[in-house]
Design a protein around this ligand. Structure first.
Ligand SMILES: NC(=O)C1=CN([C@@H]2O[C@H](COP(=O)(O)OP(=O)(O)OC[C@H]3O[C@@H](n4cnc5c(N)ncnc54)[C@H](OP(=O)(O)O)[C@@H]3O)[C@@H](O)[C@H]2O)[C@@H](O)CC1
Ligand SMILES: Nc1ncnc2c1ncn2[C@@H]1O[C@H](COP(=O)(O)OP(=O)(O)O)[C@@H](O)[C@H]1O
Ligand SMILES: [K+]
Length: 513
């Protein structure tokens, strides 16, 4: 969070004292008021049918000793001025933001400490809203015991929580969660989205995320550490045939996937590739009959990739099985001079030194288990520190890496560029074979000439959207079938552009610190 701090300092030096906090608190209070007004209200023991609204609503503030607590206190004062009954629980009464506390008390806000056990319990039980201002970007390590205890009491009480800037207990820089952390329905964050709001496991603690502009954007660095492509950015990347196009100029993707045991992986990989914008899909391997039966437009050969004809990219790995022949196949494909995507069984036993000698781009698409094997660590460690894992993988293997899972992250081997977090997707995508569709799709985008980072980002974006657009529950086949709809959604040419469909002529990855 050093970049945010630097940006804040630069801006604060030019503004009257307290301006940024006033802006932050105003945005926070407005979001709380909206939430209270729209909530049906939760029944409590003493008010079984009451509907929450701002006037008379019971609001509990959890206040740490930094500026995060200050934001909560000032926002609480604003809500109290509009008729809410606001009570602050001060973790360190002597260190709570003095001006914020005075503002709250001036408008009739009450104050408790965690030592007031029964009052705090009944406050949390009856609260219509809890505002978590325990700790924000100044938080380090897991929550300290008193803060962790308070977070647990809030969880037990079940009131909806609005987190200030970040849910307390999540790591702002990495999205890691060490120990108890607040789970929010809404996080109101200031100036810029922090990695902890985009990367799991922290992301699931944040709930919906609302970004309040406090005027920080011009001060933020031009190259952020983490970026996410919006639909308009993806639309600008997607290949479109021109009047001069023919199938070869549009790019040909080769698929070396599937085996006698797993022919379906070949079919699904081809399905993804046919929806990725390449002009033709070649399949080389033992599942050609299955592929042709489903997709007669595929150019099928049963020999090795070398004899399949010219391609502009290869996808190798899905459904190859564990036999040594799989390794030989991967080695053969890696020996070509075109971009290569390695997935699934192809990732087993990859040699980092071999990959580093390739001049054409290599894209690896592991899930957490495969990433763990490549790094020599455990799946749990990868899942708890995704950002670190994807960076480490791309560095060690000198390749672009797309790490799949609840948050899909994409890293380029150039450490100066931002890691990309994919903003689309649904847990329904955790269905057998959906990764095969993704690798075919990304390989197809590689063949059409996109750099590996862009091909991977665009593929993850479309694949995630297709997962949401396919009828519930989706299967890998229906995810592939929904890809044209996902293209239409992204390019704004289909039925309704939804929240992702804002067409814009220039790519603008939104910056994160
Ligand atoms: N700067 C600006 O212009 C603007 C900043 N804004 C707001 O300020 C926030 C940043 O404020 P900040 O820098 O005061 O840090 P903050 O997040 O409150 O945490 C520090 C406190 O937490 C404590 N603490 C630390 N670790 C802990 C742990 N594990 N478990 C428990 N406690 C822990 C630490 O204790 P200490 O180490 O001092 O004993 C200290 O008291 C930012 O997120 C945003 O909300 C907005 O108003 C917009 C303008
Ligand atoms: N919890 C989740 N939330 C969102 N997407 C998920 C989740 N779990 C898996 N996915 C996505 O589902 C796909 C599964 O791919 P993969 O693990 O390779 O499965 P398979 O090998 O069966 O094809 C990936 O795109 C991954 O990002
Ligand atoms: K917080």
């Amino acid at each position: 969070m050093e970049t945010v701090r630097a940006a804040e300092s630069a801006l604060m030096a030019r503004l009257p004292e307290g301006t940024l906090m006033t802006r932050a608190a105003a945005g926070l209070a407005a979001a709380c008021a909206t939430l209270l007004a729209s909530a049906a209200g939760r029944p409590t023991r003493d008010r079984p049918t009451r509907t929450a609204r701002l006037y008379g609503a019971r609001v509990a503030l959890l206040v740490g000793s930094g500026d995060n607590g200050g934001d909560a206190l000032y926002a609480g004062a604003r809500l109290a001025r509009r008729g809410a009954a606001v009570t602050a629980v001060l973790l360190s009464p002597e260190r709570a933001h003095p001006a914020g506390l005075a503002a709250l008390v001036r408008v009739g806000g009450r104050v408790l400490t965690p030592a007031d056990t029964s009052s705090v319990s009944s406050l949390l039980r009856s609260a219509d809203l809890v505002v978590d201002g325990i700790v924000g970007i100044g938080g380090r390590g897991g929550l300290r015991p008193d803060a962790a205890h308070l977070a647990q009491r809030v969880a037990d009480a079940g009131a909806p929580v609005v987190a200030v800037d970040l849910p307390s207990g999540v790591d702002p820089d990495s999205g890691e969660v060490n120990g108890p952390a607040v789970r929010a329905a809404l996080t109101v964050t200031f100036g810029t989205l922090k990695p902890g709001l985009l990367v799991d496991p922290a992301r699931t603690h944040a709930g919906e995320v609302h970004l309040v502009d406090i005027g920080l954007t011009p001060q933020l660095p031009a190259v952020p550490e983490l970026a996410a492509l919006e639909s308009a950015d993806v639309a600008a990347l997607l290949p479109r045939p021109s009047a001069e196009s023919d199938k070869y100029r549009r790019g040909v993707v080769g698929i070396a996937a599937g085996s006698a045991r797993y022919p379906g992986a070949a079919v699904l990989c081809v399905a993804g590739a046919l929806h990725g914008g390449a002009g033709a899909v070649r399949y080389a391997g033992p599942a050609g009959d299955h592929v042709l039966a489903r997709y007669p437009e595929t150019l099928v050969s049963s020999g090795s990739p070398h004899h399949a004809g010219r391609v502009q990219s290869w996808v190798v790995g899905p459904g190859l099985g564990e036999e040594p022949a799989a390794r030989e196949l991967v080695a053969e494909v890696l020996a070509t001079e075109v971009p290569v995507l390695v997935d699934a069984d192809g990732l087993r036993g990859l040699d980092p030194d071999r990959l580093r000698t390739r001049e054409a781009p290599t894209l690896l698409t592991p899930h957490a288990g495969e990433a763990a094997a490549l790094l020599g660590t455990t799946r749990e460690r990868v899942e708890s520190a995704r950002l670190a894992a994807v960076r480490e993988l791309s560095q060690r293997y000198g390749a672009t890496v797309l790490l799949k899972g609840s948050t899909t992250l994409i890293a380029d081997p150039d450490p100066r560029g931002p890691v990309r977090a994919n903003p689309t997707g649904t847990p329904w995508l955790a269905t057998a074979g959906s990764g095969d569709v993704l690798s075919g799709l990304a390989g197809s985008l590689l063949a059409s000439g996109l750099p590996a980072l862009d091909a991977a980002s665009a593929a993850a974006h479309l694949h995630g959207l297709a997962g949401s657009l396919a009828p519930t529950p989706p299967s890998a086949t229906t995810v592939a079938a929904a890809l044209p709809q996902a293209w239409a959604r992204v390019t704004g040419t289909g039925t309704g552009t939804g929240t992702h469909g804002t067409a814009s002529p220039s790519p603008s990855a939104f910056p994160l610190p």
